[in-house]
Design a protein around this ligand. Structure first.
Ligand code: 4NP
Length: 149
């Protein structure tokens, strides 16, 4: 799961996916990263931690890291939260196989109304709630794909 800072959207996406994978006992490895290095080593934004906790999901242990070209080799699925993140990752792809892995998360799950997860960083509490709910629905859909693997 990849966004810009790896402190709001992608740790929330990773946290939700990890939570659901654990509940279902699936053998799937999750991770997240930011295309930028500005928040390397930071905890998720406290507003995202608090919103997640309100819904019973703990993301306080996650720490930001920067997306690496090698992630395109390591992971089977690489999801961008928005088109800028997607472009930045595509610029690191070495071949067509790697290019084809980089999908917009909301397009992968055929989310009906949006193709990008909006950046809540400069938003209010409602923006964080919106991102949580969007990612909760999108991860539910993706879990159905994982169950079939
Ligand atoms: P994220 O949100 O990409 O969802 O983690 C952001 C976090 C930090 C900044 C921008 C977006 N920033 O400009 O520092």
């Amino acid at each position: 799961m990849v966004c810009l800072g790896n402190i709001c959207r992608s740790p929330m996406a990773e946290g939700l996916l990890r939570h659901k994978i654990q509940e279902l006992n699936l053998d799937v490895e999750t991770d997240s990263a930011g295309t930028s290095g500005i928040h390397i080593g930071s905890k998720p934004d406290h507003r995202m931690i608090d919103t997640a906790a309100k819904y019973g999901v703990d993301i306080s242990d996650l720490r930001a890291r920067q997306f690496q070209a090698s992630d395109l080799e390591t992971f089977d699925y690489v999801f961008a939260m928005d088109k800028e993140n997607q472009r930045n990752m595509l610029a690191l792809a070495k071949n067509e196989t790697q290019q084809n892995k980089v999908k917009l998360f909301l397009e992968q799950v055929n989310y009906p109304e949006l193709s990008e997860v909006p950046d809540p960083y400069y938003g209010d509490q409602a923006a964080f709630e919106f991102v949580f709910n969007l990612l909760d629905e999108a991860t539910d859909t993706f879990i159905e794909t994982l169950k079939k693997l």
